[in-house]
Design a binder for this molecule. Structure first.
Ligand SMILES: *Cc1c(COP(=O)(O)O)cnc(C)c1O
Length: 382
């Protein structure tokens, strides 16, 4: 029997047609921002009900420039979740504002909206909700709170491309919506991101923030009225995105069927806490993340190593970020957000990506069972 190749927890799916189209861009003589970026912006705008969409070179840039667009800076507080990729809070620090964390809901693992409302102060200016693993934050409740307290929202939808809230696509609704096209996301441009905006004025202001503050004059001259970053996307990257866009519905449908297979084949006697089942199909199954049994706290590394030895990649997304040194230095401590800490200490990301075969889920489930039995019996012997 041949041994199956190592199965990583995720892998981008770039087809040959897309590779050819990237090669055409490289041969064209125009490799930075150009017609492919415009085409991708137009396609995304059409997808999201005609709202303006502007590409940037990362999801981090779209979040940071989104905050700057809302004029958020020193003295302002921005409320977000401690259970996300650290970019979510780093951008708040980058603009000179103060990140305020509130704990998560143990079921959805997204920000707890009751705790969020309780954390609002006169200094609160914006909210950054995160759709962890692509499962959307409740948009009805979120925007009821934002309207009541007159707060801007910069949605961190890095993980929720193709997700929906009660049938409306994430991106088509809400205030500013930020996506990432990092290699691990459901739709990739290798690196990249975009911001969905409310109107043409915002889009123009965002274009300036994206590229050195430059305003072009019809006579060939230019002006710079205010600071701008350097965050434009290249046509090389946009060509990848256009190729991905042809497949994204199929990718996400396949992810949903793989998640369903995990729920069907998972050994419930192992005492993991499975993610929310998402019966309403709001999510895009960006990741499949069971929580290790509590008896495994502190031994996640052993689980990951043992899975690797069996041929399976396991990720961790994410440890609660308020416990990182840079955030502890700002006064955050253990015990501040117990639910996020518990989830962050036990979460493991198992293989789930559009290129997986139907039998791969069964193989992962059997490996998890074998690894847990061996770790538990090792524990018993010790
Ligand atoms: C990936 C990600 C980001 C950052 O996106 P980049 O494109 O890597 O800059 C931000 N927030 C979340 C939740 C992410 O998953």
């Amino acid at each position: 029997m041949t041994h199956p190749a190592f199965l990583p927890f995720t892998r981008p799916m770039i087809d040959e047609q897309t590779i050819d189209e990237v090669a055409q861009v490289l041969r064209s003589g125009w490799i930075t921002t150009g017609p492919k970026c415009l085409a991708l912006e137009a396609a995304l705008s059409e997808r999201w009900g005609g709202r303006p969409v502007r590409l940037v070179n990362s999801g981090t840039a779209s979040l940071e420039l989104g905050l700057r667009l809302c004029d958020i800076g020193p003295g302002d507080e921005v409320i977000t979740t401690p259970l996300s990729w650290v970019a979510t809070a780093n951008v708040v620090i980058a603009v000179g504002a103060t990140p305020v964390f509130v704990d998560i809901d143990p079921v959805t693992r997204n920000i707890d909206l009751d705790a969020l409302e309780a954390a609002i102060t006169p200094r609160t200016r914006a909210l950054i909700p995160v759709d962890l693993a692509g499962l959307p934050v409740d948009r009805d409740r979120l925007y009821a709170i934002a309207r009541k307290h007159q707060l801007r929202v910069v949605e961190d939808a890095a993980q929720s491309f193709g997700s929906n809230w009660r049938g409306d696509a994430i991106g088509a609704i809400g205030d500013l919506v930020s996506f990432s096209f990092h290699a691990n996301k459901n739709l990739t441009t290798s690196e990249g991101g975009c911001l969905v905006l409310n109107n043409a004025d915002e889009a123009r202001a965002f274009e300036r923030l994206r590229l050195q503050g430059v305003v072009r004059h019809p006579d060939g001259g230019m002006d710079v009225e205010a600071w701008g970053s350097k965050a434009n996307m290249t046509d090389v990257a946009a060509a990848i995105g256009l190729g991905q866009l042809r497949k994204i519905e199929a990718f996400n449908q396949h992810r949903r069927s793989l998640a369903a297979a995990y729920f069907d084949q998972w050994d419930r006697s192992l005492d993991f806490d499975l993610p929310e089942r998402d019966e309403a199909e709001h999510g895009n199954w960006h990741m499949f993340q069971p929580l290790l049994p509590r008896r495994m706290i502190g031994r996640r590394g052993a689980f990951i190593e043992a899975m690797k030895a069996q041929g399976f990649g396991v990720g961790v997304h994410y440890p609660a970020m308020h416990l990182f040194s840079a955030f502890r230095a700002k006064g955050f401590n253990e015990g501040d957000f117990p639910v996020a800490e518990d989830v962050g200490a036990r979460t493991v990301t198992l293989p789930l990506f559009a290129g997986m075969g139907a039998d791969d889920v069964g193989r992962v489930c059997r490996a998890v069972s074998a690894v847990m039995h061996s770790l538990d019996s090792g524990e018993a012997r010790a």
